[in-house]
Structure formats: C-alpha cells, structure tokens
Design a protein. Structure first.
Length: 337
C-alpha cells in the first residue's frame, strides 16, 4: 500500500490511484520493451514486475533476476579470475534458455541476415573464410574446418545428427549474436550478470552444491552418451542423458532462479568487450571499451567436464569465431524506478 493509505474513503481513493499509477508504469515498461507477462507468472513484490515474461517478437521467455551482490571468481584464481565482490544494482530479465534455432530463424526470416559463417565476410583466419571449425565424426577435441558449417548445419561431419528448432543455436559468432540483439532491442549479459545468474544465490562451488558430478540433473555435459557416439573420447560424467551433442533447450532442471542450461549444451557469448579487463567499480552496468580482439564466453558445453562447468570459468575468442559449442542468451535491463 502506498504511504499514507488508510481506511477513509479519501485515502482509499488516493491509494487506488497510486496503485493504478504503478501499474501504468509497469505496463509502460513492459510494452516499451516488447514484453508481456508469461503464463502463470507471479508478481515480484519489490519491483511489481512479473517474474516471467515473453518477448513477443523473438518468442523468448525471460525470468526476472533480482538485484544483489556476490563474490565473482574463485579464491584460488589469479588476475581476472581472482575472487572479488560485485554488485548488481538493478534487477534484470534473462532468457530462461539459450536462444534456440527457431528463435534465431525468426531473426533471419525478418531481416535476411547472413551469418559470418555463411557469408565469409569475417574470416577466422587468413585461409578460413566461409564455414566454421566442426566436430569430426569420431572425436570431440580436435576440430576441423568445414565450409558447409553454419547455424543451419552445425555438425556437417557428425552422422545421424538432426537439427531441431528447440536446439540452442550454435555456429554463431559474437557479431551474429550482437546483430540478433540489436534487431530485437535485447542485449547480451555482462560477465557479472551471467555469473551472478548462474550462481543463483548459492555460496557453494556449483549452484547445485560442492560436488561437480552432482550436476547431472542440471546440464547436458560430457557423459556416456557423448562418449558412446565419439569412441575416441571418454565420459566426464558417469551418467547417460541420451544427448550425444545438443539437447533441446530447457530439457534439464533449472537453477534456483528458473534459468536452464547455464551449464552444458553450449557456451555463451557475453557483452564484455575485452577478455583482458574487468570493470573496476564493482558494478555490472557497463563493460570496458575494447582493447583486444577477444570477446568472453561463459558457461560450458555438451562435452564439458565438472571442472569446465565451474561458475568462474571464462574463455576468450575472436568476435568472428563460431563453433558447434558456442551460442548465447539475452537480457533485458529493468530501468531504475
């Protein structure tokens, strides 16, 4: 109830007006971002916003991540991976899953966009123009260049793979992810937003506890199904989830904040513009200006081990890089109110 609301008719009317104004502000914010409350969504008591929304144009479902603070990195880390306090001043919406093939197709159909892998306009190396590095048919950790590879055909050398609309999109570069976000007026998460959301308030080594191997219900990782499909590899997890490569988005259990596949499936591009810097003020609202030709990936992939799925792990690749283990998810900022 608004301050000053009481039991008299005047105060009830004043209170109703304040509530109505708050609802108008909320509706204006959601409408301005192209969002609508999701089916079964609750209302967050601190912001008055729905805890789950749908971005109509892209078809992406997002969940509300609360403001707060956490310790980013790891105690044994050095340099940029050293443990340090970070503050997330404002709540934000984050994609409940990684962007899917079907959602990326909406973008391509609407714009005619041609990815870096398809166009050849952004070579990875001097002699690597159109196409991408791909997984061979019998092993995972020794990729080969294939000019047929793209988001439409991420595994051209893996027999039996069938692309699904609910798979996470892959073989997309940082440039491609940014183009998608610009079209739909969305953003890539900062590194701090990403790690904060992955940890989901947990103080343990992993969001599910201190035992990395206990993450089986939460992630599509390097398990027995992967090792069986790629006989020159060994399983990092002693379970079989039935997915040798990509799993449908959201097929595993979410973390405590309702986010799926923060570990496993595909690694994810962030908005951080330089692998060699981090913001010095402890806040997440901006990324430093680029000083290198690297961009930061977070998360782990369909072949990853428990160690590779630790929340603090970060990887640098060129903005033109594309792989069958690289995708992205999006965020929407909640304006200061």
């Amino acid at each position: 109830m608004a301050a000053g609301c009481g039991s008299s008719d005047e105060r009830v009317a004043t209170c109703a007006g304040a509530v109505g104004e708050a609802a108008d502000v909320k509706d204006a914010f959601l409408g301005g971002k192209g969002l609508a409350a999701g089916v079964g969504s609750a209302v967050d008591p601190k912001t008055g916003l729905p805890t789950r929304v749908v971005h109509a144009a892209s078809g992406i479902t997002l969940v509300l991540v609360p403001a707060g603070e956490f310790f980013m990195g790891v105690e044994r880390g050095e340099g940029l991976e050293a443990r340090h306090r970070r503050v997330v001043k404002r709540p934000f919406y984050m994609g409940a899953t990684e962007v899917t093939v079907g959602q990326f197709r909406r973008f391509v159909d609407a714009t005619g966009y041609v990815t870096d892998a398809e166009s050849g306009r952004a070579p990875e190396e001097d002699d690597k123009v159109r196409g991408a590095f791909v997984t061979p048919n019998d092993r995972v950790h020794q990729r080969e260049w294939d000019d047929r590879a793209s988001w439409r055909n991420p595994f051209p050398r893996v027999s039996g793979f069938e692309l699904r609309e609910d798979h996470p999109v892959s073989q997309v570069s940082w440039n491609d992810a940014v183009a998608f976000c610009r079209h739909f007026r969305l953003e890539l998460p900062t590194e701090a937003q990403w790690e904060y959301a992955y940890r989901a308030g947990a103080a343990t080594a992993y969001p599910w506890g201190d035992d990395g191997a206990a993450g089986a219900p939460f992630m599509n990782g390097g398990d027995e199904s992967m090792a069986r499909r790629f006989p020159r590899e060994s399983a990092a997890y002693a379970y079989d989830d039935g997915h040798a490569t990509h799993a449908p988005a959201g097929a595993f259990r979410p973390n405590a904040w309702g986010l799926f596949d923060m570990a496993g499936n595909v690694e994810e591009w962030t908005s951080h513009d330089s692998y060699l810097q981090r913001v010095a003020d402890g806040l997440d609202e901006r990324a430093p200006a680029p000083t290198t030709n690297s961009r930061v990936l977070r998360g782990s992939a369909w072949f990853s081990s428990p160690e590779g799925s630790e929340p603090w792990r970060r990887y640098g690749m060129r903005p033109t890089s594309r792989r069958d283990f690289i995708g992205f998810r999006v965020v929407v900022k909640v304006d200061a109110r």
